[in-house]
Design a protein around this ligand. Structure first.
Ligand code: CA
Length: 389
């Protein structure tokens, strides 16, 4: 079998409302899907992390840099292809956009391998350790409004996410430590004393501010504190983890096995969040997962993007061994964005219906069973939202 063509589809629509996180507000939703075609009629689908103009730029890396390197190669040889591309791009970036671009291609190659073998991705990876996973719903995005108003909104939104049936929830912070603690208190009020909630700072704090917020999170019994400081600040992560009891988590902006090795060796994470659509695809994710488990660091995948990313992650979560293993083992969770995302809810010919599953199945989502990633994108839908045709 040979790779005959690689197409990037960048999709975009205007969001019904402006939302934000600690780094910026945004009013458009973007998705970057990668389609790998072969001479035997099997097509694979993947996805690259990266919104807005990053997606448009990554498209050119996929189509004009990576495609010429791998045209004519056997798509089943995904590890050979991964290293061929990585070694040639190493001098031009060992992380960031080249790795995001490679991730989408690699995921599509695994989709092809699964379709060729007529096996779902989790079977190719060694089988399912679980047939469903709990799903946490994140929301409580920032809005450009007074903190008191936002706190009232967060309290209500958190209660709503809990009522839908999600097994936990997650909020954003980003107005500075004192205001942010008020927002966290509002979310705790909204969900009550027993429910699990997490806090995502998107690396907005200095280490001392992160300690201030982290101590408040301990008082509020928050489950985790995500990206408290910049991903480059490995010492900051390690100091926070030693000094706080709340779980310190991160890793969505960490690329490839070598950077993950350094992060894990510094002992800065209680829970790791690898992003398969950014760190180098499924091939590299399996190596990063092994590294995390070798350091006895549990993993909850970072999930962002369209139904392709969600389905891919469901297989990865199924194929993740228990750490350390027990009668009632620690479970990973599926990350799910509760805000408007048509590229997740309407992209597939047979939708995943995550929200419905959560509602009807006590917060749990089942693992797709079709060959490869097990989903089929609707080409009419893609053509309606494509901005790069
Ligand atoms: Ca995050």
């Amino acid at each position: 079998m040979k790779i005959t063509k690689i197409i990037s589809h960048v999709l975009r629509y205007d969001m019904p409302e402006v939302l934000g996180y600690s780094q910026q507000y945004y009013d458009q939703r973007t998705a970057h899907l990668v389609e790998v075609q072969t001479d035997q009629g099997i097509t694979g689908w993947g996805e690259c992390f990266g919104p807005g103009n990053v997606a448009i730029s990554n498209k050119s890396i996929v189509e004009t840099v990576i495609q010429p390197i791998i045209l004519g190669l056997d798509p089943v040889d995904r590890d050979v292809i991964w290293h061929k591309v990585y070694n040639l791009l190493r001098d031009h970036g060992q992380g960031g956009m080249p790795l995001q671009a490679l991730s989408g291609v690699d995921i599509a190659l695994w989709d092809i391998a699964g379709k060729l073998a007529d096996l779902p991705l989790h079977k190719l990876l060694g089988g399912a350790h679980r047939t469903s996973v709990p799903c946490y719903g994140y929301g409580m995005m920032l809005r450009d409004e007074p903190v008191a108003d936002l706190a009232a909104r967060f309290e209500e939104e958190a209660a709503r996410i809990k009522d839908i049936g999600f097994s936990a929830t997650k909020m954003k912070t980003g107005f500075g430590p004192k205001s942010d603690v008020q927002l966290c208190e509002a979310v705790r009020r909204g969900v009550g004393d027993e429910y699990r909630f997490m806090v995502d700072a998107n690396h907005a704090y200095t280490t001392s501010d992160a300690f201030y917020v982290g101590r408040a999170l301990e008082e509020l019994d928050a489950y985790w504190f995500e990206e408290p400081v910049a991903p480059e600040d490995l010492d900051g992560y390690a100091e926070l983890r030693r000094g706080l009891t709340v779980n310190i988590v991160g890793g969505e902006a960490v690329f490839n096995r070598w950077n993950w090795r350094i992060l894990l060796e510094r002992r800065g994470l209680d829970i790791a969040q690898p992003e398969v659509c950014a760190l180098g695809g499924i091939s590299e994710y399996t190596r990063v997962l092994a590294l995390c488990h070798a350091h006895f660091t549990p993993v909850v995948n970072h999930v962002w993007g369209s139904a392709i990313a969600v389905a891919t992650n469901l297989h990865l979560l199924a194929a993740m061994p228990d750490l350390p293993g027990s009668l009632h083992p620690w479970e990973p969770m599926l990350e799910f964005d509760t805000t408007d995302n048509r590229f997740r809810d309407e992209l597939l010919t047979a939708p995943l219906n995550i929200q419905l599953q959560v509602k009807n199945n006590a917060g749990r989502v089942s693992i797709p069973e079709g060959p490869g990633i097990g989903v089929e994108p609707d080409r009419d839908f893609i053509n309606r939202f494509r901005i790069d045709a």
